[in-house]
Design a protein around this ligand. Structure first.
Ligand SMILES: *Cc1c(COP(=O)(O)O)cnc(C)c1O
Length: 417
């Protein structure tokens, strides 16, 4: 019976002989969450660690130097910092940086209204309270809002969210003048620079994540850099170095530990040798990978330039970003229009994250989602956040993939217009 029913629509089949075949629908089939494999050199180094069984960073044999100690030495050299500590996660690096700076329960810490959950979460983990600073249409921290709030806290946890680096000269002027210490969250800016200075080298401490979706991939992991011997001695003690800190190679001299070694709690969060082994070859590739990300970013940017009702993010010449993701704004669109647009893109395989959704999907990225911090509404920031669209840009995408994604978004925006 069903077949009979189907048969009644058969005449349309004949019509296709006389009308052009519909083009294959333009649907993107790549995965927005698929990263590249770990380089063979990293796999080999990981196997060597596994074969030795000495995964703990202080479990070394004879004059062996642990992979973690080598990683720290190499990353410090790469960033031009005196010291480096590897640790369990980017979130752990941020909490440790704040603890080293003396942030304690009841304190307030300035941070971005537009960032990801582990940033205010790191502040809350110390019993401190985030004070949110607004975001501009360039997706960078609003420096006027920052200047107005520096009286409220002694520390700014600055998140270079999605790789957008603000005018760091002006930010440091504002913070230095107000005696506010700057800790940088470089989860999305590893390898990026403002002018000639690496992200993470402006503040007293720079924090990085080596989690799968960041610029190097060890599953989970974090790195912390600084030139300050006292802060780094504290951070190393906090991470759980016991009295074995002299085994670190990118650490301050033993004198720096004298005052803190028995006064700093052990809040274990070390990295292990397996992750360090995987990361070392990836760090050597960082600049080449950055170029590949930026090539992809530029294809998307070109493909979307001039699209009606869509705002691209202004990237000043002094901002040398590493574009592991892509953002654009749909400013002043109605919620229903955005929901419809996102659904149509998704139907064509383009996974966009609408950061502005009232009810967050998958993860949170705006200040009013963090109710525990009791945030004060910021209307200008809300207007920007409402329109932020976000897309991951894994290196498994080819330049042709990026051109196709831009074409799909452009067509769907045009339908909305
Ligand atoms: C991922 C991320 C972190 C922290 O990373 P984890 O290693 O996952 O703790 C910090 N800040 C931002 C903006 C991030 O995206």
């Amino acid at each position: 019976m069903v077949l009979d029913g189907a048969a009644t629509v058969c005449p349309s089949v004949n019509m296709t002989k006389h009308t052009p075949q519909p083009a294959t629908p333009d649907v993107f089939t790549g995965s927005f969450t698929q990263q590249e494999p770990i380089p063979q050199e990293g796999i080999d180094a990981a196997l060597a660690v596994l074969n030795g069984g000495r995964l703990h960073r202080y479990n070394t044999h004879g004059d062996e130097i642990a992979e973690t100690a080598l990683l720290e030495e190499e990353f410090a050299a790469q960033m031009g910092s005196k010291y480096c500590l590897s640790c369990a996660s980017g979130g752990y690096a941020m909490a440790t940086a704040m603890r080293a700076c003396g942030v304690k329960a009841g304190d307030k810490v300035l941070t971005n209204a537009f960032t990801l959950a582990p940033v205010p979460g790191a502040i809350a983990s110390l019993g401190a309270t985030p004070i949110f600073v607004g975001v501009g249409e360039d997706l960078k921290i609003d420096l006027d809002d920052l200047a107005a709030k520096t009286d409220e806290a002694d520390v700014l946890l600055l998140s270079h969210m999605r790789g957008h680096i603000c005018d760091m000269d002006r930010l440091m002027q504002i913070c230095d003048a107000a005696d506010v210490k700057v800790i940088e969250d470089c989860a999305h800016t590893m390898g990026a620079k403002w002018k000639d200075t690496y992200s993470g080298r402006h503040g007293v401490l720079g924090c990085y994540s080596t989690q799968t979706y960041k610029h190097v991939n060890s599953g989970e992991g974090g790195l912390l850099i600084s030139d300050d011997p006292d802060l780094m001695a504290r951070a190393i003690m906090l991470s759980g170095s016991y009295m074995l800190y002299t085994r670190h190679r990118a650490a301050p001299p033993p004198e720096a530990f004298e005052q803190v070694r028995l006064h700093t709690p052990n809040i274990s969060g070390r990295m292990d040798n397996l992750r360090a082994a995987i990361l070392r070859p990836q760090l050597r590739d960082l600049d080449a990978q950055a170029k590949r990300w930026n090539d992809r970013y530029k294809v998307l940017e070109n493909g979307l330039s001039g699209a009606n009702r869509l705002t691209l993010i202004n990237r000043p010449a002094d901002e040398h970003y590493v574009a592991s993701s892509f953002q654009f704004l749909l400013l002043d669109w109605a919620d229903a229009e955005i929901v419809d647009f996102v659904a149509r893109c998704a139907a064509r395989g383009v996974e966009l994250k609408w950061f502005g959704a009232d009810d967050p999907v998958a993860f949170t990225s705006k200040y009013d989602s963090w109710k525990y911090a009791n945030p004060t509404p910021m209307p200008a920031t809300d207007r920007v956040l409402k329109g932020v669209m976000d897309m991951r840009l894994p290196l498994t995408f080819s330049l042709e993939d990026c051109a196709q994604i831009a074409r799909i978004i452009r067509e769907e925006v045009a339908i909305s217009a």
